[in-house]
Design a protein around this ligand. Structure first.
Ligand code: NAD
Length: 451
């Protein structure tokens, strides 16, 4: 990917994009214009946070006329770009996605597509009806090593796939940052964790299973440890006031203040000062008054800390997925795919294939070729490759370059909703079982059944 598409793109003027939501994700994706000014130009931005939109405006020399505090103002104007990058919070995806599709903009939409199955379906329908391209921020599809897994499975080197085992280790401090203190801690404000975090993983499992339809799914999970009754004796409500903080691995002082004192101002420190650059003063103030200084045992978090999902696909292929908060590794997935002729394993770094016949193994670690600007913060280069594919697709009007397109992404999102239904209802969900459902749910189920 990349080389042919990039060569094709050189013949065309830069793709003009508007960034909706100039937070972490909007800023990272925009870097593509700095790396490839001949291929992409950021011509507009919308964000209610002045600090965020001004930063992006200055970085990309966006005119005042094209700088907005809300996305609605953009759709009220004549179309002035080719594509839009929608990087707003989870609950603010559906409305802008449908509105921009109707205006004829190609769309890069952050995951999750939306927080309900009906809204995900509505987005895909709007894009299909308007004939615009949709790429969803399933960045792992574009990670060169993870993509190699798909190529190897499809090549048949391990024969027929029998079982997929996949682990998502979130990382103890990452979980505390994002899912206990941060933006994704509370389902009513964002979404449940299987959607907010693990939609990437269910999407990969769905992708590795190929064209096989999901037949049954079950899931268990709950919030553990990060609750009031686990609060250590003598702990304060804020880490800066806490006398037992030095014994706590989740201490905000350790996660943020010690890092900034050592000169680390990237994620997660960069996130906690929404209206200024992070330094010792602004980080201290954020920990004194903001959500990230709270004791992890005194937050309003309600999303699962550990969750398992079991899936049966057509033909007897089974999959077992685990998401765990309490890990050393941060998001370095581990996967084993068991086939009739061999076993493929991925340790988060490289892929190894063991052949049952020859009893030999081969190792695969593709080169990433990621520009340094993306390498540090962009999911190990995957963000860059997602942008490369999306911009090439728009430049050459070729949706086949997008790996995270509407149909397959919708199906994997629907599987996430079915898994969560299983967890909440405490039963195995038969995909396609439409009894006792309302019309929208039946519509969604029919889509799963006919995949
Ligand atoms: N693909 C991935 O791996 C990945 C990783 C992290 C986050 N995400 C997703 O990306 C999205 C953004 O996450 P983030 O970390 O950048 O969050 P963020 O809070 O840093 O950025 C979101 C931005 O949207 C802005 N916004 C709010 N209302 C708006 C409006 N009406 N118009 C325009 N902008 C508005 C906010 O002010 C904020 O700056 C979320 O849906 C998140 O789940 C995806």
């Amino acid at each position: 990917m990349g080389q042919n598409s990039s060569q094709g793109a050189k013949m065309t003027p830069p793709v003009r994009v508007i960034v909706v939501g100039a937070g972490c994700r909007g800023e990272i994706y925009s870097k593509f214009a700095s790396v490839h000014p001949d291929r992409m130009k950021v011509v507009g931005v919308a964000d209610p946070r002045k600090f965020a939109r001004t930063k992006l405006q200055q970085q990309h020399k966006i005119t005042d006329e094209n700088t907005f505090d809300d996305w609605h103002s953009i759709v009220e104007r004549e179309k002035f770009a080719d594509a839009v990058l929608i990087c707003t919070p989870d609950r603010l995806h559906k409305e802008p996605a449908v509105a921009f599709a109707k205006k004829g903009y190609h769309i890069l939409l952050e995951k999750p597509m939306a927080t309900t199955a009906e809204d995900c379906t509505a987005i895909v329908e709007a894009c299909t009806q308007s004939g615009v391209m949709l790429s969803v921020g399933h960045v792992l599809r574009y990670d060169p090593t993870i993509h190699k897994i798909k190529e190897l499975v499809d090549s048949g080197v391990i024969g027929d796939v029998m079982h997929i085992q996949h682990l998502e280790p979130v990382g103890f401090y990452h979980f505390a940052h994002s899912f206990v203190r941060g933006n994704w801690r509370n389902e009513a404000e964002s979404s449940f964790v299987l959607l907010a975090k693990s939609c990437h993983d269910i999407d990969l499992i769905h992708n590795w299973a190929g064209a096989r339809r999901c037949v049954k799914v079950s899931s268990f999970g709950s919030v553990s440890h990060f609750q009031k009754d686990c609060k250590p004796k003598g702990a304060a409500d804020r880490c800066l006031d806490c006398s037992v903080e030095k014994h706590c691995p989740y201490s905000a002082r350790k996660i943020y203040l010690d890092r900034v004192k050592q000169g680390h101002t990237g994620w997660p420190v960069s996130v906690i000062c929404p209206n200024s650059l992070p330094d010792i003063e602004s980080v201290t103030e954020a920990l004194r008054t903001g959500p990230y200084g709270r004791c992890v045992y005194e937050c309003d978090n309600d999303v699962c800390t550990n969750q398992v999902v079991n899936i049966e696909f057509e033909g007897g292929l089974t999959a077992a997925f685990s998401m765990v908060a309490f890990t050393e590794e941060v998001c370095k997935r581990k996967t084993t795919i068991y086939g009739s002729k061999g076993e493929l394993s991925y340790d988060g770094h490289e892929v190894r294939v063991f052949d049952f016949l020859t009893q030999r193994s081969t190792k695969h670690k593709p080169h990433s070729n990621t520009p340094w600007l993306f390498g540090m913060s962009g999911h190990g280069g995957a963000d860059y490759h997602l942008m490369d594919a999306f911009i090439s697709a728009v430049a050459s009007n070729d949706p086949s370059l997008i790996r995270s397109g509407p149909v397959e992404t919708l199906l994997s999102h629907l599987l996430v909703f079915e898994a969560e239904r299983s967890r909440l209802e405490g039963r195995v969900v038969h995909c396609g079982d439409v009894s006792g459902r309302d019309d929208t749910e039946k519509h969604v189920d029919m889509k799963m059944t006919s995949s």
